[in-house]
Design a protein around this ligand. Structure first.
Ligand code: BES
Ligand code: MN
Ligand code: ZN
Length: 505
C-alpha cells in the first residue's frame, strides 16, 4: 500500500523553497500573475508571464504546466496548475487542483514538493479550509494502488516523499499547521478506504474484511465483536444471513466501538454496506454490470476508515461502527426471489430481486444499531444504480427523515469537499414496497429507486434519527481523472470522521 509523504508548513516565500518542484497556480483569464505565482514569475525573469502571453499557460481548470527553472530559483521545476474561473472556484476544485499538480510533479520525477495554498486569495476561500483542501488533495492525488503489480509500475514507481506548504504571512502559520494535521488524518482515511475497496474480491471477502476490521480494532484500541455464519441466524438476522448463504465465505456482522466519553450510550452508529462482491445472486447481473462489483463494499471501507480516523482524532463521542459483510452469489444454496426473510426487529421481507441485496443486509445492521440504543444512525452504501441516473458521479444521494442529522451530514461532507444532494423521503413512497404476503418487499419498482431503496433501510431505524448516503455514483471512477487514478475514490471516509468531530462539538 502506498506510503505517505511527510507534511510540514513553513513561513517564507515559495520562490525560495528548496524542493524538487514548487507548485503555484493561475486563474483562467489572468494575464499578469500576482501573489505567490507573481513572485515566482519575477524570480524567473518573467518566464511564466511569457508562457501566458504565448498562450501556453491558460489557467484552464486542472491544466498543469511543468517549467524548468534553469537554476534561477532553488527548485528545479515549477508546476503551474490552472484553477479555472475565479468566480466558480470552491473547495472541491482546490482539492482536485492540488491533486492534479502533485501528479504532474510526480510524473516529472519530483520527490519533494513545496506548494502554496490554492484559492485563499482571489479564489475567496477561507484560508484554513483552503489549506486543508490543498494538503488533502495532494495526498489523495498521489495515491496509487500498486500491491498487485509485480513488474514495472506506472510512472516508474515514482514516489513523492515530502510536501511543504509555504505561506508568506506569519499570522496564518498556526491555522495552516492545524489544517495540515487534519488533512493528513482525513487523506489517510480516504486512501485506506480506497485500498480496501480496490482489493480484488478473491482477497477481500467477508472473512478477510473481518480480519481487516480486527487489525484496525487492535491497532486503534477499539472494541470488536464479530457475529459469523449460523450465529447470525441464531441472533435473528435472517436477512443478512440469507444474502450470504451461497458463498463459501460465511456472512458476518462486524462491530467496532469507540468510546470518546466516559458516561452515556451510543451517540452515533455508522453502518456501511459490505458486499465484497455483488454478482446479483440468482438475479444475476450481466457480465459488464459486474465490472466493478468488488467495490460494493465501499460503504464498509468508508466506515472502517472513519473508525481509524476517529480513533486518531479522539472526539468526545461514543460511536459504533457496523459492517454487514457478505458475498452475493448464485448457487444451490442461494436465497431466491419469493423467499421471505425474518429480520432482527421481527419484521418479514419478501425477496423480489436478489440483486436488491444491500437493503436486506443493511436492514439487519440498522436494526442492530437501533436495538443497541444508538441515538443516531447513518448508513452508507453503493445501493442503487438509480443514484447514478439521478446525480451522475458528482454527488452522493442523501436521504433522511431527520432535518438536523441531514444538515450535519451535509456540513461534514462539504468540509471534506464531498458533494451530497438530499432527496425527499415523503412517507407516500412507502406504498411502493408494501408486500402482498410479508411486512415489506425488497424492491419498490423503477420509480424513485434511490429513495425507496433508502426508505426500506430507514424503516429499520424505527424512531431513531437516521440518514443514508447512496454512494453508487461517487465511490468509483471508471477512468483516471487529472486529480486521481481510476478506481475507488474513498468517498465518505473523511466525511463520516468529520461528522463525528462535528457532533462532538
Ligand atoms: N450494488 C448494486 C448497486 C450499484 C449498481 C452500485 C451499479 C453501483 C453501480 C445494488 O446491489 C443493486 O444491484 N441494486 C439494484 C437494485 C434493483 C434490483 C432494485 C439496481 O440498482 O439495479
Ligand atoms: Mn445488487
Ligand atoms: Zn449491491
Amino acid at each position: 500500500m502506498s506510503t505517505e509523504p511527510d507534511v510540514s508548513v513553513q513561513q517564507g516565500s515559495i520562490s525560495d523553497a528548496a524542493a524538487d518542484a514548487v507548485v503555484v497556480n493561475l486563474f483562467e483569464g489572468v494575464r499578469m500573475p500576482g501573489g505567490a505565482t507573481g513572485a515566482v514569475d519575477a524570480a524567473l525573469n518573467g518566464l511564466l508571464s511569457q508562457a501566458i502571453a504565448d498562450g501556453e499557460i491558460t489557467g484552464r481548470l486542472y491544466e498543469t504546466t511543468v517549467i524548468h527553472t534553469g537554476g534561477r530559483i532553488p527548485a528545479r521545476r515549477v508546476v503551474v496548475v490552472g484553477l479555472g474561473r475565479a468566480e466558480e472556484f470552491n473547495l472541491v476544485r482546490a482539492r482536485r487542483a492540488a491533486g492534479a499538480a502533485a501528479r504532474a510533479a510526480r510524473r516529472a520525477g519530483a520527490r519533494s514538493l513545496a506548494t502554496i495554498v490554492h484559492g485563499a486569495g482571489i479564489g475567496g476561500l477561507e484560508p484554513e479550509a483552503a489549506a486543508r483542501a490543498t494538503v488533502e488533495g495532494t495526498l489523495t492525488g498521489l495515491y496509487a494502488f500498486t500491491r498487485y503489480r509485480t513488474r514495472g509500475q506506472d510512472g516508474g514507481g515514482r514516489r513523492v516523499e515530502s510536501l511543504v506548504v509555504v505561506e508568506h504571512s506569519a499570522g496564518k502559520i498556526a491555522a495552516f499547521e492545524r489544517a495540515a494535521r487534519q488533512a493528513q488524518v482525513m487523506a489517510r482515511a480516504t486512501n485506506r478506504a480506497r485500498d480496501w475497496t480496490n482489493m480484488p474480491p478473491n482477497d477481500m471477502h467477508p472473512g478477510t474484511l473481518a480480519e481487516t476490521a480486527a487489525e484496525v480494532a487492535r491497532s486503534c484500541g477499539l472494541e470488536l465483536e464479530i457475529i459469523a455464519g449460523e450465529q447470525l441466524l441464531a441472533a435473528g438476522m435472517g436477512a443478512l444471513y440469507a444474502v450470504g448463504q451461497a458463498s463459501q465465505h460465511a456472512p458476518r456482522l462486524i462491530r467496532l466501538a469507540y468510546r470518546g466519553r466516559e458516561a452515556g450510550g451510543i451517540d452515533l452508529a455508522l453502518v456501511g454496506k459490505g458486499v465484497t462482491f455483488d454478482s446479483g445472486g440468482l438475479c444475476l447481473k450481466p457480465g459488464d454490470a459486474m465490472d466493478w462489483m468488488k467495490a460494493d463494499m465501499a460503504g464498509a471501507a468508508a466506515v472502517l476508515a472513519a473508525a481509524e480516523a476517529v480513533a486518531a482524532l479522539r472526539p468526545a463521542l461514543n460511536v459504533t461502527f457496523l459492517i454487514p459483510a457478505v458475498e452475493n452469489l448464485p448457487g444451490g444454496r442461494a436465497f431466491k426471489p419469493n423467499d421471505v426473510l425474518r429480520t432482527l426487529d421481527g419484521r418479514t421481507i419478501e425477496v423480489l430481486n436478489t440483486d436488491a441485496e444491500g437493503r436486506l443486509i443493511l436492514a439487519d445492521a440498522v436494526a442492530k444499531a437501533a436495538a443497541d440504543g444508538a441515538a443516531r444512525i447513518v448508513d452508507i452504501a453503493t445501493l442503487t444504480g438509480a443514484a447514478i441516473v439521478a446525480l451522475g458521479h458528482e454527488a452522493s444521494a442523501l436521504i433522511s427523515t431527520d432535518d438536523d442529522l441531514a444538515a450535519a451530514v451535509e456540513r461534514a461532507s462539504a468540509a471534506c469537499g464531498e458533494r451530497v444532494w438530499r432527496l425527499p423521503a415523503w412517507p407516500e413512497y412507502r406504498e411502493q414496497f408494501k408486500s402482498e404476503i410479508a411486512d415489506l418487499k425488497n424492491t419498490g419498482g423503477r420509480a424513485a429507486g434511490t429513495i425507496t431503496g433508502a426508505l426500506i433501510i430507514g424503516t429499520f431505524a424505527g424512531s431513531v434519527p437516521w440518514a443514508h448516503l447512496d454512494i453508487a455514483g461517487t465511490a468509483w471512477h471508471d477512468r483516471g481523472k487529472p486529480w486521481a487514478d481510476a478506481g475507488a475514490t474513498g468517498v465518505g471516509a473523511a466525511a463520516l470522521a468529520q461528522l463525528c468531530l462535528d457532533l462532538a462539538g
